[in-house]
Design a protein around this ligand. Structure first.
Ligand code: C2E
Ligand code: CA
Ligand code: CA
Ligand code: CA
Length: 282
């Protein structure tokens, strides 16, 4: 882009113009998607690490999906960025939270002990800087009958340490009784030494560490240190992206509390998660 006489930016590069056009289209399609209910949530099981072979469903993470009428299923990585840049993440995040709470409350009512104990939902920075965010969460809890203590909100590291508006919001959420998880842990910097500064209850060890848990002693040591520090601060740990039995064994041996990944299950449509609950009760 070249600056055009102070009047803003004009795009001369055709590739860049093409990209801007596609983003514009994506934005308006996403708006339609929100209005017409094309967005839905899938749920990935989170398993208790101890005795993981019994596949005890400790919780689920809600992950948004976009069923586009023409293009089919669009993965979140292709639209979360646009949603964040345009502010659409606020209504999107609200819709996901609402849908997930409705499903969770129904599972709990219909499946009792076989239902997941906790629902994790991702939140973005733009949501946490809204002065009304905690109030919106409270509202969703009340209208869906969801217990605050059953809900965990996942946020990324860079977000959690930053400004005081975010800190205030996190404390308001804690006051509601909602728990907080630090997502993708280990991908930022100076993380372990900052952990005690954050009002989080759970640390999610990033997939990149879990991936190499079997092959890299260095990563294994880092995972072990993370789990130790988290536990000493009274936090629980979840390993993300567990793809093999070997990784699950290593993480359980390092006393990680919960495991999540394709080894156990991909994110599932609600009906398939219900089938999992019914199976596990037999
Ligand atoms: P995330 O929060 O780190 O979610 C985990 C991602 O890893 C999911 O991708 C999940 O399908 C994938 N995954 C789980 N287990 C494995 C595994 O064993 N191996 C591999 N290779 N991948 C695994 P997904 O669903 O495509 O979501 C991508 C990202 O999009 C999420 O990363 C999250 O940052 C964002 N996202 C998804 N739903 C929402 C939402 O409702 N709100 C916001 N703000 N962000 C969301
Ligand atoms: Ca997450
Ligand atoms: Ca993650
Ligand atoms: Ca992520």
């Amino acid at each position: 882009a070249k600056r055009a006489g102070g009047a803003g930016y004009r795009l001369y590069d055709p590739a860049m113009r093409e990209r801007a056009k596609r983003r514009g289209e994506l934005e308006s399609e996403l708006r339609t998607a929100l209005e017409t209910g094309q967005l839905l949530t899938h749920y990935q099981p989170v398993i208790t690490a101890e005795g993981f072979k019994s596949r005890h469903l400790a919780g689920v993470e809600a992950l948004v999906r976009w069923r586009h009428p023409i293009r089919g299923m669009i993965p979140p990585l292709e639209f979360i960025g646009v949603a964040e840049d345009t502010g659409l993440i606020v209504p999107l995040g609200h819709a996901v939270l609402r849908m997930a709470c409705i499903d969770f409350v129904a599972w709990k009512r219909e499946h009792g002990d076989a239902a997941p104990r906790r629902l994790a939902v991702n939140v973005s920075r733009a949501q946490l800087t809204l002065p009304s965010f905690a109030g919106q969460v409270k509202d969703v809890l009340e209208t869906t009958g969801m217990l605050a203590s059953d809900l965990q909100l996942e946020l990324t590291e860079s977000l959690a340490v930053q400004d005081s508006a975010v800190q205030t919001c996190l404390l308001e959420l804690k006051a509601l009784g909602v728990s907080l998880a630090l997502d993708d842990f280990g991908t930022g910097y100076s993380s372990l030494s900052c952990l005690h500064l954050l009002p989080v209850d759970t640390v999610k060890i990033d997939r990149s560490f879990v991936d190499s848990a079997g092959s890299s002693l260095h990563h294994r040591v880092l995972i072990e240190a993370t789990i130790r520090v988290a536990h000493s601060l009274g936090m629980t740990t979840v390993a993300e992206g567990v793809e093999t039995g070997e990784q699950a064994n290593i993480l359980a041996a390092l006393h990680c509390d919960k495991l999540q990944g394709y080894y156990f299950s991909r994110p599932l449509p609600a009906e398939e998660l219900v089938a999992w609950m019914t199976r596990s009760r037999e």
